[in-house]
Design a protein around this ligand. Sequence first.
Ligand SMILES: Nc1ncnc2c1ncn2[C@@H]1O[C@H](COP(=O)(O)OP(=O)(O)OP(=O)(O)O)[C@@H](O)[C@H]1O
Ligand SMILES: Cc1ncc(CO)c(N)n1
Ligand SMILES: [Mg+2]
Length: 539
Amino acid sequence: MSCAPPPPILRLHPPSSISPFSSPRRPHLSPRTCPWRLAAAREMPWPHVLTVAGSDSSAGAGIQADVKACAALGAYCSSVITAVTAQNTAGVQGVHLVPEELIREQLQSVLSDMSVDVVKTGMLPSAGIIKILCESLQKFPVKALVVDPVMVSTSGDSLSDPSTLTYYRDGLFAMADIVTPNVKEASKLLGGVSLHTIADMRDAAESIYKFGPRYVLVKGGDMPDSSEAIDVFYDGKEFVEFRGHRIKTRNTHGTGCTLASSIAAELAKGSSMLNAVQVAKNFVESALHHSKDLVIGNGPQGPFDHLFRLKCPPYNIGSQQRFNPDSLFLYAVTDSRMNKRWGHSIEDAVKAAIEGGATIVQLREKDIESRPFLEAAKACMEICRSSGVPLLINDRVDIALACNADGVHVGQSDISAREVRELLGPGKIIGVSCKTPAQAEQAWRDGADYLGCGGVFPTTTKANNPTLGFEGLKAVCLASKLPVVAIGGINATNAGSVMELDFPNLKGVAVVSALFDRECVSSETRNLRSILASVRCLA
Ligand SMILES: Nc1ncnc2c1ncn2[C@@H]1O[C@H](COP(=O)(O)OP(=O)(O)OP(=O)(O)O)[C@@H](O)[C@H]1O
Ligand SMILES: Cc1ncc(CO)c(N)n1
Ligand SMILES: [Mg+2]
């Protein structure tokens, strides 16, 4: 590509007159004087990412990928277009830069009006454009800046002028929260060093960090001969390797743009940087997995489906309430043998637990046939829905899907939380039983919503279940940011002492026999709830 000077194109209006409309221009409204803002009864925040990037006519990368990724992850995405490219699945056929003054104008229009949370950059083809962006960001500071230093397309075509290197290194990087080069870009930024191993990627991340960003992620999508796609993250002190399955597919056009936009969307939603990168990495991997056999175009590199989740069950993205960790407060876990012993049906047991104040229910039915289990699960769903209590199913993703349960709880020997997420989609709750910090870390990486940690006390409900004690519970709570519910041998006598531990992420207790191996489930639940509430001062 030749970036300077841009190839001539048919101009609709001369570059000197940026606005084709007659003046005066619309003024920039202040939020305080805006009449429709004053009229709004309640403002709902909408996480907002502004992408400053190039258009890709094939819509797999660039602005088009950014808008789709943000939409898929629930963020609004506005766009300042820096260049228009002619691309398809074979490569880049043409590039035309948008006049710099119009880029400045686009930045001013969006940043002055639209409460942008995070700016994400993609193709910034000229040094002048980077300079304008730096000036605009100084004038309109945002919460975070994600810089994807796009230089070459995966097809090998150049997407930026060599003079941009200095402006990236000496200007934009110092303003960035995270910089996300692929190995080729990292090499260019560092004067052509060759990167072949994870150790090389770490060295590169360390060197790029010195240009001033808060975090660096060197992406390894283009590293050859590996069953894993490994990205190296560096925060100035420690390295984290983000490892995912390498999906065998030709449809990888736009993975880099999508990763950076997904990080931006998660940051706009309030995530920490590590969490944002993990969610983004999982999102790209899932999207590639779901798109691996799609065919579009005749060239060697196709686009993938950012909106793959719309095709996943349960087809109801966005209709689910977000998981509220406080619902773990009094977690009732059913057991069919206990119900049989006391002559309770599953439905009656669940109804009674909710009457007594259970805040979440899990059906853990180990010895019941699938069909009666599903019938009972559907009846329990109705009971739970009408009382606003989430219902999870232990282990059985098929039953959870069939009754549209609120989620699934899995143990260490069940299918992984990541696979459950693939099957259930993003709106559902996933819990994982964990005994160690390493298991907790894995559950978080797999996209779990909460951890069940135990057995805290000896229990007869589960055979061969080692007791962790308070020390084991503490280790898991301290090692994880996820909410935790304690489980194992918890009853009215010892529940208070568990809640008194008062770790910030220890949200409640999960109980089986102390609720269900009793004649009157509702009064046992009520009693336990008042014990917990007296410790946590909750009514
Ligand atoms: N085949 C694959 N399977 C799984 N993950 C992949 C695959 N290819 C790339 N990734 C992941 O996608 C993300 C983007 O990395 P990549 O190195 O492809 O960026 P990029 O070269 O800038 O992308 P592009 O230029 O195509 O937009 C990384 O998290 C990387 O690990
Ligand atoms: C417009 C645009 N931005 C970024 C990339 C990198 O994938 C691309 N191919 N095209
Ligand atoms: Mg790539």
